[in-house]
Ligand binder design. Structure first.
Ligand SMILES: [Zn+2]
Length: 429
């Protein structure tokens, strides 16, 4: 597909360029997944852009040429005492505004080089993710804070992982409140920034940070709970963050021309060593079960040791919730309830932020039942609540008596009986 795009660009490159009109909305071509599953140049409108050349607007601000190094032996980092100085110490080269090139044709801007295609599509996908969280999950515009600095093709070095800059990834980096769109190497079929579902997943991490972690660059609950040995609470938070990011990404695909896609990773992670990623995280699979060993890992491992398992537990959670939403025809209601569960000061229905604060000195009490309870209490429709309860009891093996009955806040209705898909793990909390 990329070869097609580059060829298209070369042909158009013969036309005469001119300075584009940059007042929003701007009509521009971007790479969009069409109903036949191919990425094709389509005319779209950027509604929030204020500078089409520098690709900045109310949703994001693209920045090129940065160098970001996260090296725990770096004296600059060790000497950093505030979140701001830590963020500054990470940024070895701050980079600069990007410069996009266009050709105007019939009032529509056509990207004139590969990076412009990639950057315009990145902005467009972030704008759609913003729209999803605004329109479907009802987050007010003011809650999104300032446009997200988005480092485009930065050199991102994690010396603990690799001495060379990382590639083939996109991430939300809460330490400096930014998205990183890394250069691609092996994922050439659809680089991650072109995959709208993947950018919605990353955007979901931003929303989770804003709401559950109260926008903290270094979430207190995570750093406190990860500080010594087993970190069941931190492992649960990470699992929820990843799983719900996939569920929201799925929800956002339902607004696209291509339609609802539980396998939205597939256009990027395809074949060979990447193929299994798509299958492992396909939300439509109904046979996933919590196992004894996974539950032991969740409870006993440190956050470092648990690395990787957050996706496994996250997919259990997300596919269970997916089934409840689809079976009742209440997908959007459920997605909205989930976001409402991130931050709620109401005493009777505390959000995840409030529960992590409540149990900050005793993460053993922030169990799967408690974390899932935050979602359950924010589902008001009884039929949907019952479905959510049943799926979570079944696939996550949360004991029924932790969710139903008088010894708990009556999270689930008495009619919720669990399910029969997964073999019972036994009842010890
Ligand atoms: Zn993620």
């Amino acid at each position: 597909m990329l070869r097609t795009v580059i060829a298209t660009t070369a042909v158009l490159g013969l036309a005469t360029g001119c300075a584009p009109d940059t007042s929003a909305p701007v009509k521009v071509r971007a790479l969009v997944l069409s109903s036949n599953g191919e990425y094709t140049p389509q005319e779209v409108e950027l509604k929030t852009i204020s500078d089409i050349v520098g690709l900045s607007g109310n949703v994001a601000d693209l920045h090129g040429g940065a160098r970001i190094v996260l090296d725990f032996n770096d004296p600059d980092l060790q000497n950093a005492t505030t979140p701001e100085s830590f963020a500054n110490a990470l940024l070895k080269e701050s980079g600069r505004d990007v410069t996009a090139n266009y050709i105007t044709q019939d009032g529509v801007l056509w990207p004139a080089d590969f990076h412009t295609w990639n950057m315009v599509t990145t902005y467009y996908n972030l704008e759609r993710a913003f729209d999803y969280f605004h329109d479907v999950t009802n987050i007010p515009t003011a809650d999104f804070k300032e446009p997200v600095r988005t480092y485009y093709f930065p050199e991102f070095v994690l010396p603990d992982v690799d001495k060379d800059p990382l590639k083939d990834n996109a991430l939300y980096f809460s330490a400096n409140e930014s998205f990183l769109i890394l250069p691609f190497d092996q994922l050439q079929r659809a680089p991650l920034s072109i995959n709208a579902g993947i950018l919605a997943h990353e955007y979901s991490h931003r929303v989770f940070n804003l709401k559950t972690y109260d926008a903290q660059p270094f979430p207190v609950a995570l750093s406190t709970w990860a500080a010594g040995g087993s970190s069941p609470g931190a492992n649960i938070l990470k699992s929820f963050d990843e799983g719900l990011a996939d569920l929201h990404a799925y929800g956002s695909t339902c607004r696209s021309a291509h339609g609802c896609d539980t396998r939205f990773l597939s256009t990027s992670f395809h074949g060979g060593k990447f193929g299994s990623v798509t299958d492992d995280r396909d939300l439509a699979r109904t046979d996933r079960c919590m196992t004894q060993s996974l539950r032991d890992n969740l409870r006993n491992m440190s956050l470092d040791q648990f690395s990787g398992y957050e996706y496994v537990v996250g997919t259990l959670l997300a596919s269970a919730l997916y089934q409840a939403g689809e079976a009742t025809g209440q997908r959007d209601v459920l997605l909205r309830s989930i976001v409402a569960a991130y931050d709620d000061e109401t005493v009777a229905t505390p959000g995840l932020q409030q529960l992590t604060r409540q149990y900050l000195t005793d993460q053993g009490k922030f169990t799967l039942a408690v974390a899932a309870g935050a979602i359950i209490t924010h589902v008001t429709d009884l039929r949907l609540k019952e479905a959510v309860c049943n799926e979570l009891m079944d696939h996550l093996q949360i004991p029924r008596d932790l969710l139903v009955g008088t010894n708990n806040p009556n999270l689930c209705p008495a009619s919720a009986a669990g399910g029969t898909t997964c073999p019972p793990l036994g009842n010890e909390g």
